[in-house]
Design a protein around this ligand. Structure first.
Ligand code: ATP
Ligand code: MG
Length: 237
């Protein structure tokens, strides 16, 4: 048993006859960013959905600080500290910023009345828009809200599915540096799924490259970024 955190071991996940993940393993330690990279259909979203209990694996184990997650209902997995920001953020458009945050707080193991004010400190643009419906936010603000909502539940590990999708480079850089701060200041473990491999590798400690549902490489992010063959074959840069 290494240093706690999230351990995925030998996970195979299928949708009917479609095998989306095959024998996937990874370790995401506390206070590290693990980038999960790969082309369309590689299985990145399926991996996050399997970790958070939205889909069940055929085989394999997933533990958080030693607790087996694959047997638990999805809301229990969330309460144990798995925060999931799905692709597109999954905020409720008709609800205000504040109500979206409060919904996130319902999943917290212990309620904290000041949790929202911490989020507003972290994301000042959300504070001035707290009474606006989420559909009035820009793409970047909506992604901040999605991350803020997940943080309201006080996760120990944060799963993010392509948080940079559709955002301008400046906003992407802000989100990446926020993830670094969450790692460095709060010791949060982050699993960062990205097609934007270059941005993800610039902040990640470790990278896992998936192709057709299998892990083709697990290495230090800097080593993956320096591997031209791997980059050309799987990462598109
Ligand atoms: N609900 C589903 N039913 C059937 N097959 C699915 C379902 N969701 C995903 N798949 C298949 O599983 C494989 C992995 O898909 P997944 O969405 O995990 O990939 P991804 O790496 O997230 O891709 P993208 O970069 O396009 O988001 C693909 O072959 C996909 O077609
Ligand atoms: Mg996906």
């Amino acid at each position: 048993m290494p240093d706690g955190g999230l351990d995925v071991k030998g996970v195979t996940t299928s949708y009917g006859a479609v095998r989306a993940l095959e024998d996937v393993s990874l370790h995401a330690a506390p206070a590290t960013i693990t980038a999960v990279l790969g082309a369309n259909g590689a299985g990145k979203t399926t991996l996050l959905r399997t970790i958070s209990g939205l889909v069940r694996p055929d085989r394999g184990t997933i533990t958080l600080d030693g607790t087996e997650l694959t047997v638990l209902p999805v809301e229990v997995v969330a309460r144990l500290g798995v925060g999931h920001v799905p692709e597109g953020g999954g905020v409720i458009r008709e609800l205000t910023v504040e109500d979206n945050l409060r919904l996130g707080g319902f999943l917290a193991a212990d309620r904290d009345r000041n949790a929202a004010s911490e989020i507003y400190e972290m994301f000042p643009p959300l504070a001035s828009r707290r009474r606006q419906p989420a559909f009035t936010l820009s793409g970047g603000e909506r992604q901040m809200l999605a991350i803020g909502r997940a943080l309201m539940a006080k996760p120990r590990i944060l799963l993010l599915d392509e948080p940079s999708l559709g955002l301008a480079p400046l906003i992407v850089a802000q989100i990446m540096s926020l993830l670094q701060r969450l790692r460095d200041e709060r010791g949060l473990g982050v699993v960062l799924v990205e097609q934007n491999a270059r941005s993800a590798l610039s902040v990640a400690d470790t990278a896992v490259v998936l192709n057709l549902g299998r892990v083709v490489k697990t290495d230090a992010a800097a080593a993956v970024a320096a591997d031209e063959g791997l980059r050309h074959a799987y990462l598109g840069f």
